[in-house]
Design a protein around this ligand. Structure first.
Ligand SMILES: [Zn+2]
Length: 220
């Protein structure tokens, strides 16, 4: 299925943390006019496939299930947006970031953020298992063989819970300081916690160009 251009251009997977990438499926997330990129359930599937969550065959199976029951797929997409905004608010609150603007998806009941994430976590953990991985164990999800439309949210909910319950990692969650309200989240792995931008090639460059322009202007 062809993706919308807005989705293609906005789909940056940082690999910092799955839940952070999920929060970043909105542009201008910290502004009064965020731009949604998960406009259809197919976008959600494409995001999960591109991020390596879903094997292509599993993505195709979910899309086939969508065709059979588009209303159910749309309901899952709405739940996904609610979950995303709950995670975004919890991460911002826990990491000391700026308060998030009100972004409740239209037409959905406003559940408290933690209750919403806990419900998603309970549902997710029923599909998790530990498997031998070399000499260690690895957490795996039953994604390859399921046609549950919400299966791609299981690892997302777990990722958020894991990050929120890890104080050391949580202290490294940062938010892009772009003045247009980019709002994307990242994990600041610099030694002195000095990361300011989601991507140096995007918001960072823009800020650099603006400072350069202001210096030139003040020199005239
Ligand atoms: Zn940014």
């Amino acid at each position: 299925m062809p993706l919308l251009p807005s989705f293609e251009s906005a789909l940056t997977l940082s690999n910092d943390r799955l839940c952070l990438d999920f929060c970043n499926t909105v542009s201008n997330h910290a502004s009064a006019a965020p731009r949604e990129h998960l406009e259809t359930y197919a976008h959600l599937v494409a995001w999960a496939e591109r991020g390596g969550l879903l094997p292509p065959a599993a993505a195709a199976r979910l899309l086939a299930a969508t065709a059979r029951d588009p209303a159910a797929a749309e309901a899952v997409r709405r739940r996904a947006l609610e979950l995303r905004e709950a995670i975004y608010r919890l991460l911002l609150a826990a990491s000391g970031g700026a308060p998030a603007p009100a972004l409740e998806p239209q037409g959905s009941p406003c559940e408290p953020n933690l209750a919403l994430l806990n419900a998603a976590l309970r549902s997710a953990l029923a599909h998790a298992r530990l498997e031998p991985n070399g000499e260690a164990l690895a957490l795996r999800w039953d994604l390859a063989a399921t046609d549950a439309l919400d299966s791609l949210l299981w690892p997302v909910a777990y990722s958020a819970a894991d990050l929120l319950a890890s104080p050391d990692q949580l202290a490294r969650v940062g938010q892009c300081q772009d003045d247009r309200g980019c709002g994307w989240l990242f994990l600041d792995l610099t030694k002195n916690h000095s990361r300011r931008w989601c991507a140096m090639g995007d918001c960072g460059n823009r800020a650099k160009a603006r400072r350069h322009y202001q210096r030139q202007k003040s020199a005239i």
